[in-house]
Design a protein around this ligand. Structure first.
Ligand code: ADP
Ligand code: ADP
Length: 240
C-alpha cells in the first residue's frame, strides 16, 4: 500500500509568473527507495518542501500514512513531521555542537531549545544515539564538533539526526550534491541500507541519473515542474 500519495499537486510562488509544480501525481510504497531526478530549477526541492509542509501547496493533495498533509492542524502536523526525517544538501548541523549533540538534537519534540547539554538527555536516548552513530560508522567521532568534520561525515550526522526520531520516511534534498564521489557513495549506500534493512521509505532528490539508476526501486523524472517519467530503472534504460 502507498505510504505517500501526491495528487494533482501544483505550486505557484507568490509574485512569480509560472508554476514551480504543475499537476504532479505519484505514489510511494512503504519501504520503497524512490529518486526524483531533474535539472536544477525543475521543482524537486519545492516538491519535498510541500510534502513536509515547510511550504503550502497551491492546489492538490498529499496523503502520508493515510493523513491529508495539506489540511493538517498544527498539532497533527507536528506528529506527521516527526515521522518524516529531512536530509539537506548543506547538512544543517549546529556547528558548535558535537556529533552526538547534533544527533540528539533531532529529537525535536523534546528539548529543541535547550539541546547542547548532554546531561539533559536520558541514558536511553544517549544509547539510542550511539547505536545509530555506530551503524553510520561515526563511533570514533562522537565528541568531535560538527564544524571539524568532512562533508561526508557531516552528512552521516545529518542521517543520524533524522533516524533518532524513528521516522517512517526520509526526504533527502540533494544529499550528495556537495560531496566528492567516494563520500557520495558512502552516503548512498547508507540510504539504500536504511531502506532495505530498516524498512524506512526513502525519497531522494538527485541530479545524477547514473546514481539514481544504481540505487532506486523507482525513478520519477521532473522537468519544468511536471512529471516526465515515472518507472523502474530498467524502464528508463530501455527508453534511452
Ligand atoms: P530544484 O530543486 O529542482 O532545483 P526548485 O524546487 O528549487 O528546483 O525550484 C523550482 C522553481 O521554483 C524554480 O524556478 C525556482 O526559481 C522557483 N522557486 C523556488 N523557491 C522559490 C521561492 N521561495 N520563491 C519563488 N520562486 C521559487
Ligand atoms: P567530503 O570529502 O566529504 O566531500 P570535504 O573534505 O570536501 O568533504 O569538505 C567539505 C568542506 O568542509 C570543504 O569546504 C572543506 O574545506 C571543509 N572541511 C573538510 N574537513 C574539514 C575539517 N577537518 N575542518 C574544517 N573544515 C573542513
Amino acid at each position: 500500500t502507498a505510504l505517500l500519495e501526491v495528487q494533482s499537486l501544483s505550486k505557484q510562488f507568490l509574485g512569480s509568473e509560472g508554476k514551480a509544480l504543475t499537476d504532479v501525481n505519484f505514489s510511494v510504497s512503504e519501504g520503497e527507495f524512490v529518486s526524483i531526478i531533474g535539472p536544477s530549477g525543475a521543482g524537486k526541492s519545492t516538491l519535498l518542501r510541500c510534502i513536509n509542509r515547510m511550504i503550502d501547496a497551491s492546489s492538490g493533495e498529499i496523503t502520508f500514512d493515510d493523513r491529508n498533509v495539506t489540511k493538517l492542524k498544527k498539532k497533527e502536523l507536528k506528529m506527521v513531521r516527526t515521522k518524516i526525517g529531512m536530509i539537506f544538501q548543506h547538512y544543517n548541523l549546529v556547528d558548535r555542537l558535537s556529533v552526538i549533540e547534533n544527533t540528539l538534537h533531532g529529537n525535536l519534540g523534546k528539548k529543541s531549545a535547550i539541546a547542547g547539554v548532554l546531561g539533559l538527555y536520558s541514558q536511553e536516548e544517549k544509547e539510542q544515539a550511539l547505536r545509530i552513530l555506530s551503524v553510520l560508522g561515526l563511533e570514533s567521532l562522537i565528541y568531535k564538533r560538527a564544524d571539524q568534520l568532512s562533508g561526508g561525515q557531516k552528512q552521516r550526522v545529518g542521517i543520524a539526526r533524522a533516524l533518532i526520531q524513528n521516522p517512517r520516511m526520509l526526504l533527502c534534498d540533494e544529499p550528495i550534491a556537495s560531496l566528492d564521489p567516494n563520500s557520495a557513495k558512502v552516503i548512498m549506500d547508507h540510504l539504500r541500507d536504511i531502506s532495505t534493512s530498516m524498512g524506512i521509505t526513502v525519497l531522494v532528490n538527485l541530479h545524477q541519473v547514473d546514481v539514481a539508476l544504481k540505487y532506486s526501486d523507482k525513478i520519477i523524472g521532473i522537468n519544468s515542474g511536471q512529471v516526465v517519467f515515472n518507472g523502474s530503472p530498467a524502464a528508463i534504460t530501455k527508453e534511452d
